[in-house]
Design a binder for this molecule. Structure first.
Ligand SMILES: NC(=O)c1ccc[n+]([C@@H]2O[C@H](COP(=O)([O-])OP(=O)(O)OC[C@H]3O[C@@H](n4cnc5c(N)ncnc54)[C@H](O)[C@@H]3O)[C@@H](O)[C@H]2O)c1
Length: 345
């Protein structure tokens, strides 16, 4: 932090669509100041500067290295495209900045590891935005599961079915569902189950009537630690009865089953007696709670990162060391689908 202002000095890199969720949330923090905006398009960056009423003299850059050299930021918010995440992070660490990056961590596992190693070598904080976790529904559910209400978790199923007509680059993209979206669901499965991936078998296909050029649908079976199995089924081209972006979940434990709509809709039944073909069950409520900034979406992710950078907060929950496990699930599912074989993670 600069000693004169005691504000954390942020360089924003990438000023496209998703930054509509970043700027308003970041600007709620009075201990943060933007020292520069960088985008391949100066016009895009200038538009964001004006839209969010940043000081008119906030410098605009079109090259990350120049921006880092001239602004010497405490940290970089990286909202570029996946291909640019690792080069941006490497440059940031080289210039002594911490990095909070949009998902996915990188374009390949090798590049993700390079960036992670560089953060460690340079002693910098490196976190990835998995904003789906930072909401009340998952926080309530996690606390409920940790209370042991279902007993040990054995199986996690997630369905994500949407008939999404994005237009643009996704229509031609390979592995579009896995690479562009599934990280949110995969990361949530790890978070809820408190488990990590061991292996995956995945099948992708492009259903009849798909408006995508490749692989609008995928099914993947993950073997996770603690003998948990995570089943993912999804499609970007399934019209009607959509599940929402957060998926619909069935979580099975030794004592019972829970259904979750990914918001705050829960149904839970657990065993209530030890006789009968089907054992009697009782319904359980998932208690409400106050989860503070952990339920504040992008705002919560940003606050947690600022606290860590300022040295008075915990290490970010979705640090790169943690997130590389979620990212490896995406890369492993793609490899499995291409090889038509089980891939160990
Ligand atoms: N967390 C979420 O829910 C969520 C939602 C949407 C997108 N995203 C992620 O956010 C990232 C950005 O997505 P988007 O929808 O904003 O894309 P976008 O195409 O709208 O914006 C990306 C911007 O980055 C700029 N850029 C690309 N390479 C750059 C570089 N090397 N240096 C500087 N600027 C560069 C582009 O010019 C563009 O303005 C992606 O990684 C995407 O997966 C996350």
């Amino acid at each position: 932090m600069s000693s004169s202002t005691q504000k954390t000095r942020v360089l924003q890199v990438g000023c496209g669509g998703i930054t509509g969720a970043w700027f308003p949330n970041a600007l709620k923090n009075e201990d943060l100041e933007y020292v520069g905006l960088c985008d391949l398009s100066a016009e895009t960056a200038a538009k964001r500067r004006d839209e969010f009423k940043l000081p008119a003299d906030t410098p605009i850059f079109t090259d990350v290295e120049t921006a880092l050299r001239e602004t010497q930021p405490d940290c970089v918010f990286d909202c570029t495209i996946p291909l640019a995440h690792t080069p941006t992070a490497l440059l940031a660490f080289e210039h002594g900045a911490h990095v909070l990056s949009e998902k996915p961590m990188s374009d390949t596992l090798e590049n993700a590891k390079r960036a992670l190693d560089a953060s460690v070598d340079n002693g910098r904080i490196y976190a990835i935005t998995q904003n789906y976790r930072y909401a009340k529904g998952p926080r309530r559910l996690k606390a409920f599961l940790e209370s042991g209400a279902l007993g040990a978790i054995t199986t996690i199923n997630a369905d994500m079915f949407l008939g999404a007509h994005f237009g643009g680059f996704r229509d031609q993209m390979k592995h579009v569902l896995l690479v562009d979206m599934a990280i949110h669901t995969f990361d949530m499965a790890r978070y809820l189950g408190g488990v990590n991936p061991v292996s995956v078998f995945c099948h992708e296909w492009n259903p009849k009537g798909s408006w995508y050029a490749h692989d609008g649908s995928a099914s993947a079976i993950f073997e996770m630690t603690d003998d948990v199995v995570f089943n993912f089924r999804g499609s970007w081209c399934a019209t009607g009865l959509g599940t929402g972006f957060g998926s619909q979940w069935r979580i099975i434990g030794e004592r019972g089953t829970l259904l979750w709509d990914s918001q705050e809709g829960f149904q839970c039944e657990v065993e209530d007696g030890d006789e009968g073909f089907f054992r009697p069950v009782k319904q359980l409520e998932v208690p409400d709670g106050d989860f503070g900034s952990k339920s504040a979406g992008h705002g919560g992710v940003i606050r947690e990162f600022l606290d860590a950078v300022q040295g008075h907060g915990e290490h970010p929950e979705t640090s790169a060391e943690d997130n590389i496990h979620s990212f490896s699930m995406v890369i492993g599912a793609v490899e499995s689908s291409e090889a038509k074989a089980v891939v160990r993670l």
